[in-house]
Ligand binder design. Structure first.
Ligand code: EPZ
Length: 416
């Protein structure tokens, strides 16, 4: 079982190029099905979740080939619309294949998506929206049997601005007759990236990034070449690395406007951050200060995916910071592991109170989920001595090569 060994206490200096965004490339890979053609995806991150999405596409009859960081997907050979339970359980995002399959094939057979350690993650909003578009969905034995001889556009109002439901319904609406309007849609930058990809392929979608998205359905899409946006949560992770250890780093390709709530917190804590079109530079030379309460919320609010790494950076701050996790019920599983390293964090329901300590110590810790694992890496960089981090399969789901990137930023990290 591989582990990361991190020697803490080193001032970071260096630069790295931010990988493509996991939460953008996954819905884009599902959307490729709508083109019935070949798409070339540049700056595509090599992640375990991307491998899972490729396995689903191949199981449906598509092919996929890598050339450097370009992934070419050919969907002309798609001849099935069933995804096995084993493949569906690989990741939560497998659910976003439902909309494009219904749109292209008029049918889909799949089970509920894989569980995630973050608490209950229903897909009721996905299913009720697809039913309103005209799909018949029968649930039996954990399987979803879906039929749609014809999808028709309509007005959809989401009870929660769910990222996954917005993406699934955008994709289904592309194949529906007429116009679909999705209100209270998610506004995450990854939704805009999906719209831009689909527009490249001939779709007529407007409004991504706002709460109202309009899809003119029934257009024949085609293939194309698309460059995936940089991963804003990977950017947040490496900014927190410099904040936790002290450092002067440059993140090439990072875009600040997509994570302004995170950089605002890090500035408040004492980091000096400046950004331009080439990327983001971060300098941190002093011990961090505690900050105002951090409350996670749908975009443009503070991203739940950055909660753990920011908490890890503030574990050694001067003062106290209160966190409120409003998106997922069970997203503090990293806290016990941080406390093994000497952090002082008290959790009560959705609230966590971080009382900064002078010193963290290296320890053997275990990743509990993707962002929890990244938080342990951040804490280890600021800790005295060596930290051993196991459960790397979690981290590999969303970070192309954590050891490579942290080493480029001046850290001493070994993967064994
Ligand atoms: C996406 O998950 C991201 N994943 C998550 O990132 C991210 O944490 C989340 O959005 C919120 O920003 C991908 O994009 C692949 P949601 P998603 O539907 O789409 C509830 C990471 O670390 N809900 O916006 O699954 C749900 O339970 C991952 O990269 C319903 O109740 O999130 C949750 O409480 C983790 N019914 C809330 O809405 C539904 O039908 C937000 O979920 C759908 C969602």
């Amino acid at each position: 079982m591989s582990e990361l060994l991190i020697q803490g206490g080193r001032f970071l200096t260096g630069e790295t190029t931010v990988q493509g965004a996991k939460n953008s490339i996954l819905p884009i890979l599902a959307a490729a099905i709508l083109t019935g053609d070949t798409v070339e995806l540049e700056h595509c991150p090599r992640l375990r979740d991307v491998d899972s999405a490729v396995r689903i596409l191949e199981a449906l009859g598509c092919t996929a080939d890598w050339r450097g960081d370009t992934l070419t997907v050919d969907t002309r050979g798609l001849d099935r619309c069933t995804v096995s339970d084993e493949l569906m359980r690989l990741m939560r995002s497998s659910s976003v294949f439902l909309g494009p399959l219904l749109s292209r094939c008029g049918a889909a057979e799949l089970s509920y998506p894989g569980g995630c350690e973050l608490g209950p993650r229903p897909i009721d909003l996905h299913l009720s929206g697809l039913r309103q578009l005209g799909a018949e969905i029968r649930e039996s034995g954990g399987m979803l049997h879906c039929q749609a001889s014809r999808l028709h556009g309509c007005e959809l109002l989401l009870a929660i601005p769910s990222v996954g439901a917005t993406e699934n319904l955008m994709l289904a609406a592309c194949g529906a007759e007429g116009v679909t309007v999705i209100s209270n849609a998610a506004r995450e930058p990854e939704i805009e990236d999906l719209q831009n990809f689909l527009t490249t392929c001939g779709a007529d979608i407007r409004g991504a990034g706002t709460s109202t998205i309009t899809v003119q359905g029934g257009r024949t899409l085609h293939g194309g070449t698309y460059r995936c946006m940089p991963d804003r949560i990977v950017t947040a992770t490496y900014l927190c690395a410099a904040a936790a250890a002290g450092g002067l780093i440059f993140l090439r390709g990072a875009q600040e406007q997509q994570l302004a709530t995170v950089t605002a917190v890090l500035r408040q804590a004492g980091c000096d951050i400046c950004a331009d079109s080439a990327g983001i530079a971060c300098r941190c030379e002093e011990r961090l200060r505690g900050v105002q309460p951090v409350r996670t919320a749908p975009y443009p609010g503070f991203p739940t995916d950055a909660q753990a790494v920011v908490m890890a950076a503030l574990a050694r701050s001067r003062g106290t910071t209160v966190f409120e996790e409003n998106i997922f019920e069970n997203r503090y599983r990293h806290v016990d592991e941080l406390c093994r390293m000497g952090a002082d964090i008290r959790v009560s329901g959705r609230t966590a109170v971080v009382t900064g300590v002078e010193r963290l110590s290296g320890a053997s810790v275990r990743s509990t989920d993707l962002r929890g694992g990244a938080a342990l890496c951040v804490a280890a960089l600021g800790a005295a001595g060596e930290t051993r981090i196991s459960g790397l399969h979690h981290i590999d789901r969303g970070y192309e090569d954590m050891a490579r990137d942290l080493t480029a930023l001046g850290a001493q990290v070994t993967r064994i």
